[in-house]
Design a binder for this molecule. Structure first.
Ligand code: ZN
Length: 313
């Protein structure tokens, strides 16, 4: 821990929420961002040594602002299989609960969400090839002519994103999506979800299709959450009343309390954590990433969140 000697006073009473996607040495071809298992273990143990107590999001929300202990939650997005194969062992060893934000359509490896399709499409194509296909498809999908490849791909409306990614998959990828899913099993299976649940993990929402909520209408947002809840009900006893915005892209902050109320959620989570966040029973909570080689730097934990708080004043 680089900041062991520092006073952690600014963090007291401000519940921290960490998140990651993939853990371990394998699976990078499916999801390039990730954290090594040794890094995760070191991070969790480091927080425990500093006096942080790990608790589930449900418990943290109930207690928010009511005590001054150092508390923290470990969460993961997209429901990748490494949560079972690797993280569960670490969680059991250290006695920490997990909160997993899962994508409705991907449960039990039934389908790929469009962000995962794009990763495979980009692995099997060059930027020039992809750009040239986007030019051909631009009028049918209203693809922006300006910006980077990513900006062009993300310019497609939400309702067309799967159609576009399916088309590009057909053009560039060597096997069908079901063959790919069958072979690689990237997401948690029904049995793995059951085992995680039996070992204290809670499951929460990450939308049905990994949608960008900054670009959806209110009815589309609500539909994404309700479908996600219905899909989850097939696999687990009781979804946890939390939702993590895919890509961390929040909808208008004014809409968040209404969205949470209408979808029977306690809070929605973004990833622009500021010192002072997550203290009261607010409908918007924020998280800190535990990946991209940026694990637990002083900047991540104190400096950047403090700067965000000062800017917001
Ligand atoms: Zn995600």
């Amino acid at each position: 821990m680089p900041f062991k000697a520092l006073s952690l006073f600014p963090l007291k009473g401000s519940h921290l929420v960490l998140y990651y996607h993939r853990v371990g040495e394998s699976g990078a071809e499916f999801y390039p961002d990730g954290i090594q298992s040794a890094e995760l273990l070191q991070a969790v143990q480091g927080f425990q040594e500093l006096g942080f107590r790990f608790c589930s999001l449900s418990e943290a929300y109930q207690k928010a602002g009511s005590d001054r202990e150092l508390s923290i939650s470990l969460t993961s997005d997209d429901g990748l299989a490494s949560n079972h194969d690797i993280v569960l062992l670490i969680a059991k060893k250290l006695g920490i609960p997990l909160t997993l934000f899962v994508i409705g359509k991907c449960l039990d490896n039934q389908a790929l969400a469009w962000n995962h399709k794009l990763i495979q499409i980009r692995r099997h194509s060059t930027e020039i090839e992809l750009q040239s296909e986007l030019v051909k498809l631009s009028s049918s999908f209203q693809i922006s002519a300006e910006g980077s490849l990513r900006q062009k791909l993300f310019s497609v409306t939400d309702s067309k994103k799967d159609e576009l990614s399916d088309l590009l998959w057909e053009i560039f990828c060597p096997e069908t999506q079901s063959e790919f899913l069958q072979r690689t099993q990237p997401f948690l299976s029904a049995a793995q979800m059951q085992d995680l649940q039996d070992n204290g993990a809670e499951f929460a929402l990450h939308s049905c299709s990994h949608a960008d909520f900054s670009r959806l209408s209110y009815p589309q947002m609500l539909a994404e959450l309700k479908h996600n809840q219905a899909d989850l009900a097939d696999y687990i006893r009781q979804p946890s009343p939390f939702f993590a915005f895919p890509y961390g892209r929040e909808c208008s902050r004014k809409l968040i309390p209404k969205l949470c109320h209408d979808a029977k959620l306690k809070a929605a989570l973004g990833f622009r954590f500021r010192i002072s966040d997550n203290r009261r029973q607010s409908a918007l909570w924020q998280r800190i990433p535990l990946e991209n080689g940026d694990v637990l730097s002083l900047e991540q934990l104190l400096l950047r969140p403090t700067a965000r708080l000062l800017r917001a004043r």
